[in-house]
Ligand binder design. Structure first.
Ligand code: DGL
Length: 278
């Protein structure tokens, strides 16, 4: 199975794209709704949670991991690769950086995301590794996450906040904007309208799905290890009715959420939670 994790339900925007690009492969998702958000937490906490989330997926049969959460992708990827060296691990930052570099004409890229993502400086580092001439400006837009979760997709308040988030980036003259958070693809039409039609949006969900599909074409041995079938399992660490409503918003269809059988630890030092097999 392909394993995908996120701090909550937002990672379903990535699941939606993975299912489009890889029809016929079954998928297991873990949304850490009990400990969401990750975007306000320290790198140490996000790393500890990301390791536990990955363990849950591996214990439930995942053979390949997609880190759907941008905050976790930004700060925890290296630790995950060190901890699970035998597992192919994909994250959402690198494919978006590659796409942004392909599409920028003026070599000025903007990124919006959570505080954890923006303050990690990961986009600046990754872009500099590939092209030192390109400038990258980030702006944290934490207010957009609750607005999306409340379903305020077309409200004037949301339009105003999106506009405000983009002002510092527009002042820098960006021509490309990376949607560096799981929730932002839902706001694409508003973000495009406020960024202006000359700004190209990069949707990491599309880019990571493409990257996983390309990888599997080249790695038939790993492809063979993945289970086929249309039955996908969407686990959450806490289950409420509102999570089901939000899940529908992200996937564009009704989603059955399963409560994960795991102990949640909010503290880092005690042993990570162990998920028992179902
Ligand atoms: N999934 C998170 C991300 O993409 C957004 C929500 C959160 O802060 O946990 O960074």
């Amino acid at each position: 199975m392909i394993g995908v994790f996120d701090s909550g339900i937002g990672g379903l925007t990535i699941v939606k794209e993975l299912l489009k690009k890889l029809p016929g492969l079954s998928l297991i998702y873990f949304g850490d709704t009990a400990r969401t958000p990750y975007g306000t937490k320290s790198p140490e906490t996000i790393i500890a949670y990301a390791i536990q989330d990955t363990e849950f997926l591996l214990e439930h049969g995942a053979k390949l991991i997609v880190v759907a959460c941008h905050s976790a992708s930004s700060v925890a990827t290296e630790s995950l690769r060190q901890r699970f060296p035998e597992v192919p691990i994909f994250e959402v930052v690198t494919p978006s950086v590659k796409k942004a570099l392909q599409v920028t004409r003026k070599k000025i890229i903007g990124v919006i995301g959570t505080r954890a993502t923006i303050s990690s400086g990961i986009y600046q580092r990754k872009v500099a590794e590939l092209d030192k001439e390109v400038k990258v400006y980030g702006n944290a837009c934490p207010l957009l996450v609750p607005l999306v979760e409340e379903g305020w997709i077309k409200k004037p308040e949301t339009r105003r906040i999106v506009k405000k988030c983009l002002i510092p980036l527009k002042m820098r003259g960006i021509d490309t904007l990376v949607l560096g958070c799981t929730h932002y693809p839902v706001l694409k039409p508003i973000i495009q309208a406020k960024a202006g039609k000359r700004v190209t949006l990069v949707d990491p969900a599309e880019e990571v799905a493409e990257q996983v599909a390309d990888f599997l074409k080249k790695e038939p041995v790993i492809l063979d290890q993945l289970t086929r079938g249309e039955e996908h399992k969407i686990y959450v660490s806490d289950l409420t009715e509102s999570f089901e409503r939000i899940a529908r918003l992200f996937m564009g269809q009704k989603v059955k959420l399963l409560k994960a059988d795991c102990e949640i630890s909010h503290v880092i030092k005690p042993t990570p939670f162990k998920a028992s097999h179902i």
